[in-house]
Design a protein around this ligand. Structure first.
Ligand code: ATP
Ligand code: MG
Length: 333
C-alpha cells in the first residue's frame, strides 16, 4: 500500500490504515466520515491505490462545489444539445472512472432530486446520459465522503434513506487530529520539510517547546489547519529553527493555563469538601487523607500547593501535628 504521504503511527491512525488494507481489494462502496481536514480524500486515494483498480483512473467530484443544475451532467454526462449550452457531448465522471474509482466528496450536498439516479448507478452500474435514452454500463467503485452527519440528514428528510444505506456499506470514520496527538510531531516534521523545500528555506530544528504548543492546540481544522499553520511558521521563522507565529502560541498557552486552573479549582473544592466532612481532621482512619485515598503527607503537600490553609484562615497557621500523631488543619479555619 502506498503510504508515502500518509503520515502517522498513532493507534487510531494505524487502525484506519488497517481498514484501508481490508477494504481495498473488494468493490463495495465506502463511506468516509470525518471532520474537515482529517484526510478523507487522502484516504480515498489510498484505497484506490491499494486496490486492484489502481492502474485505472481515480476520478474525484466535489458535490458541494458544482451547482445542482450542472451536477447531473457532471456525474452522468450529456449528449450534444441536451440543454442550452451543451454544444458538444460530454462524458460524465461515472464513465471517466470506468474500471477505476469514483470519489464523491461532500456527498451530503447531493441534491435530493439527483439521489435516485445515483442510487440506480450504484446498484445497477448503469445510467443514461442527459438527452439520451441509451443506457451506459460501467464498472466503477464508489468511495463517498462527508463531514456531515448523514444519518441526521436522513432523519430530517434531507437525504434519502435508501441511498444512505447503499453508501454506508463500509463506513470508515477518520479520527480528528486532537485524538491522534502522537502524530503531531511526525506530521509537523513532514510539513516543515515540504514547506521549507517549497519556500526555499532551511529549517533543521523543531524545538520541544514548539511541539508541546502544537500538541496542546485542538486543531478544529485538523491536518489541513496544521499544514497551513506550519507553512506560516516556516515562512516567518527568522533562522533555521522553527518558530511559532505569536497568535497560536498565545491562544494555546491561555487555553492550557485555563485548563490547569479549572483542574486545580476542582481539586481544591474536592479537598475542601472532604475536610469539612471530617471536621478538618486530616490523618487517621476517619481523616480526609483516608477518605481521599491519599497518604497523609501527600494531602498536606496538596493543601499547601492549593493554598487551602492560607485561604481559609484569617491568620495563616501551619498544619499542626497533634500529640496522638494525627493532623488537623488550622483550628480556626
Ligand atoms: N496522514 C496524512 N499524512 C500527510 N498529510 C495528510 C494526511 N492526511 C491528510 N493530509 C493532508 O491534509 C490536507 C487535508 O486532507 P484532505 O483534503 O484529504 O482532508 P479532507 O478530510 O478531505 O478535508 P475536507 O473535509 O476539508 O474536504 C491535505 O493537504 C492532505 O494532503
Ligand atoms: Mg475533502
Amino acid at each position: 500500500m502506498p503510504t508515502t504521504d500518509l503520515i502517522g503511527s498513532s493507534p487510531k491512525f494505524r487502525a484506519v490504515l488497517a481498514d484501508v488494507d481490508r477494504i481495498a481489494p473488494v468493490d463495495s462502496v465506502v463511506l468516509i466520515q470525518g471532520e474537515t481536514g482529517t484526510g478523507k480524500e487522502v484516504i480515498a486515494r489510498a484505497i484506490h491505490e491499494a486496490s486492484p483498480r489502481h492502474n485505472n483512473r481515480f476520478i474525484a467530484l466535489n458535490c458541494a462545489a458544482i451547482p445542482g443544475a450542472l451536477l447531473e451532467s457532471e456525474l452522468f454526462g450529456h449528449e450534444r444539445g441536451a440543454f442550452t449550452g451543451a454544444v458538444t457531448e460530454m462524458k460524465g465522471r461515472f464513465q471517466m472512472a470506468d474500471r477505476g474509482t469514483l470519489f464523491l466528496d461532500e456527498i451530503g450536498d447531493l441534491p435530493l432530486e439527483l439521489q435516485p439516479k445515483l442510487l440506480r448507478a450504484l446498484q445497477e452500474q448503469e445510467f443514461e446520459r442527459l438527452g439520451s435514452t441509451q443506457t451506459v454500463r460501467v464498472n466503477v467503485r464508489v468511495v463517498a465522503a462527508t463531514n456531515q452527519d448523514l444519518a441526521q440528514l436522513v432523519s430530517k428528510k434531507l437525504f434519502r434513506a435508501d441511498l444512505f444505506y447503499r453508501l454506508n456499506v463500509i463506513p470508515l470514520c477518520l479520527p480528528p487530529l486532537r485524538e491522534r496527538i502522537q502524530d503531531i510531531l511526525p506530521l509537523t516534521e513532514f510539513f516543515v520539510a515540504k514547506s521549507a523545500a517549497r519556500l526555499n528555506k532551511t529549517i533543521d530544528s523543531i524545538p520541544d517547546e514548539v511541539v508541546e504548543v502544537l500538541k496542546a492546540h485542538d486543531w478544529p481544522g485538523n491536518i489541513r489547519e496544521l499544514q497551513n499553520f506550519i507553512e506560516r511558521a516556516v515562512l516567518f521563522s527568522p533562522g533555521s529553527v522553527l518558530r511559532l507565529p505569536l497568535g497560536l502560541k498565545q491562544t494555546v498557552m491561555q487555553r492550557a493555563e485555563s485548563a490547569a486552573r479549572t483542574l486545580a479549582d476542582a481539586d481544591r473544592e474536592h479537598i475542601l469538601e472532604t475536610l469539612r466532612q471530617t471536621n478538618w481532621l486530616i490523618g487517621g482512619e476517619g481523616g480526609a487523607a483516608n477518605r481521599l485515598g491519599l497518604p497523609r503527607t501527600t494531602l498536606i503537600y496538596k493543601m499547601r500547593k492549593l493554598g487551602i490553609e492560607m485561604r481559609r484562615c484569617q491568620r495563616p497557621r501551619p498544619i499542626r501535628q497533634l500529640a496522638d500523631g494525627r493532623c488537623h488543619a488550622a483550628a480556626n479555619c
